[in-house]
Design a protein around this ligand. Structure first.
Ligand code: NCD
Length: 306
């Protein structure tokens, strides 16, 4: 398996052992300095949707391994403005680098790019579909803070319909012995295809709107932002806006476990209160930091160096 991953497009392409292998390479990256491992290699980052953590942690990961980074920049200033197609842009950028990290609003964009690039492509989010590298850092964080992945109850809260981090992580957790609880109003419920996938895999999950009731059973709350930009209808967004707010008072009232850990891919808007930030429940800033070793591992692996 080592070094044999071509591109990173979807968590569906990884079985349990392959996932665990990525996590162990990430552990090595965090434990030791690997500066020089990717010396002479160039990463091109193409982000056609907003990004802070994913773009910067990929750049940081590449630099920490001695590689260099070319950023495509703002699409408004690029050849897309002149009408260039995604496939032409990918073919051209592929000639300037060794690996491409792509974020694009279309579902399937990364898969298309991987077919034509002739270089490894890493999906940094394709619309509401998948965000596999976030999932690897989420699993890495879960294992680090809980000591294991198997046996945990993970409650997803917020926008389970459009949240790609939710879709990827739920698929990955289906490879482990976890109980998944999906907490959302009907308008934000997990897509049918994901439920079908879990059903076919024989994975147990629950759906509810009542966070208060399930909270005492949770080991992890995976809280997410309502993805305003993905709503076709702004009236629908207004109806679900502010549907949940996780704060210290809620945890106390509902009787959360002391061991409960709260994750969030960030950015947060109003669904997660800052009054949790300095409590042991909060692991979301550590989660964001874990993006660096995990992305170091993925870059090294797709480039055949780990
Ligand atoms: C997420 C994304 O882009 O899907 N952000 C991230 O990569 N950490 C979550 C979000 O935008 O809400």
């Amino acid at each position: 398996m080592a070094g044999s991953i071509g591109s990173v497009i979807s968590v569906r392409d990884f079985d349990r052992d392959q996932i665990l292998h990525v996590l162990s390479v990430a552990e090595r990256m965090e434990a030791e300095d690997h500066f020089g491992l990717l010396q002479g290699k160039v990463l091109a980052t193409i982000f056609l949707e907003p990004s802070t953590r994913t773009r910067l942690s990929f750049a940081s990961a590449m630099m920490r391994l001695g590689g260099q980074v070319l950023d495509f920049g703002d699409s408004e200033q690029s050849s897309f403005k002149k009408g260039e197609s995604l496939s032409d842009a990918i073919r051209v950028v592929a000639g300037y680098c060794d690996v491409i990290v792509l974020r694009h609003p279309w579902e399937g964009a990364a898969r298309l790019a991987a077919r034509i690039a002739g270089r490894p492509v890493i999906n940094a989010g394709d619309g509401a579909n998948q965000h596999p590298t976030q999932t690897f850092l989420d699993l890495y964080t879960i294992r680090k803070v809980c000591g294991r992945i198997d046996g945990l109850t993970v409650g997803f809260v917020g926008d389970l319909k459009y949240g790609r981090t939710v879709h990827s992580l739920a698929t990955a957790l289906a490879r482990f012995d976890c109980r998944q609880v999906f907490v959302a109003p009907p308008l934000l419920a997990v897509p049918d295809e994901l439920r079908q996938e879990l059903d076919e895999a024989g994975v147990g999950y629950e759906q509810t709107e009542d966070l208060h009731a399930v909270l005492p059973t949770l080991d992890i709350i995976y809280c997410t932002r309502i993805q305003e930009e993905r709503f076709a209808d702004s009236v629908e967004y207004e109806r679900v806006k502010g549907a949940y707010r996780v704060d210290l008072a809620l945890l106390r009232e509902a009787g959360a476990r002391d061991e409960l850990r709260i994750m969030h891919p960030l950015p947060r808007v109003d669904e997660l209160s800052a009054d949790l930030d300095d409590t042991p429940f909060a692991v979301y800033f550590e989660q964001a930091r874990n993006g660096v070793p995990v992305r170091q591992a993925l870059l090294a692996m797709v480039l055949g160096q780990a």
